[in-house]
Design a protein around this ligand. Structure first.
Ligand code: NAP
Length: 253
């Protein structure tokens, strides 16, 4: 457990499912008060109920991270009910598989709006609280596909590569203020998103077969990402900023 997380307010986006849900549960177990934000109102309420069942304080708020007014309204609720935001983990995201020539401008714009502009909105609206406190932790979930490229995903990969560059630049700006900004590019994590892609035959193989070829011989779990996040948001990670922390079973080095 990272005790310094105790009683701090953590916002986790995409918290109704997969990686975001696991991060919310882990930070709550480490003592944080957690606000779970997600597009799906019912699912995010159910996720917050799971966190509360472990004895933690958790607030569920429906948001669309691509819409600034939605984030501003959600953060106002978080501040009123829980207090200023000290920790932010951006996990909300959508994927997409299309041949380059078949990607429409609308599909391109939606992926960029959720994955990249959503990260911008969520960070920009949270940073004032962190500046006031002289302390903050931001973790942006990018993707290993932005490190190695991925066919049929130019729009997705571009959005996630943007998150990596954004993280590095913001870390330089906020370092003197006591705020760290890092990114975790996950590689092949067994979540509802991956299972949906597998069902549609978009992964080129089953998750199990991909896992068998992964150096550590298993698929990643949301808990693997949550564990790295728990470290990055802790007090003791204060000298770690602007970093790309791969959690991928050795698939990319
Ligand atoms: P997931 O199970 O689908 O969870 C993502 C969550 O984000 C869902 O609850 C989704 O809600 C929510 N969301 C989508 N659009 C949103 C929006 N506009 N505003 C607020 N919430 C929104 O996927 P995951 O696998 O945990 O992925 C989490 C993050 O990791 C994503 O950014 C993804 O790109 C990244 N990632 C995952 C993997 C992997 O192997 N799983 C690998 C690399 C990167 P709905 O279900 O209602 O859309």
């Amino acid at each position: 457990m990272h005790a310094a997380t105790r009683r701090k307010v953590a916002v986790v986006t995409g918290a109704a499912s997969g990686i975001g849900l696991s991060v919310a549960q882990r930070l709550a177990r480490d003592g944080a008060t957690v606000a779970l934000l997600d597009l799906d109102a019912e699912a995010v309420e159910a996720a917050a109920a799971k966190v509360r069942a472990d004895g933690a304080t958790a607030l569920a708020v429906r948001v669309d991270v691509a819409v600034r007014a939605s984030i501003d309204a959600a953060y106002a609720q978080v501040r009123e009910q829980l207090g200023p935001i000290a920790i932010l983990v951006n996990s909300a995201g959508i994927d997409g598989f299309k041949r380059f020539l078949n990607i429409t401008a609308e599909q391109w714009e939606r992926i960029l709006a959720v994955n990249l502009t959503g990260t911008f909105h969520c960070c920009q609206a949270a940073v004032p609280d962190m500046l006031d406190a002289g302390w903050g932790r931001i973790v942006n979930i990018s993707s290993s596909s932005a490190q190695g490229g991925q066919p049929l995903m130019t729009h997705y990969v571009a959005s996630k590569a943007g998150v990596i560059g954004f993280t590095k630049a913001l870390a330089l700006e906020l370092g003197p203020e006591g705020i760290t900004v890092n990114t975790i590019p996950p590689g092949f994590i067994d979540t509802p998103m991956s299972r949906r892609s597998e069902e549609k035959g978009l992964l080129g193989d089953t998750i199990e077969n991909h896992a068998a070829r992964t150096p550590v011989r298993r698929a990643g779990l949301p808990e693997d990402i949550a564990a790295a996040c728990a470290y990055l948001v802790s007090e003791e990670a204060g000298y770690v900023t602007g970093q790309v922390i791969g959690v991928n079973g050795g698939r990319n080095t």
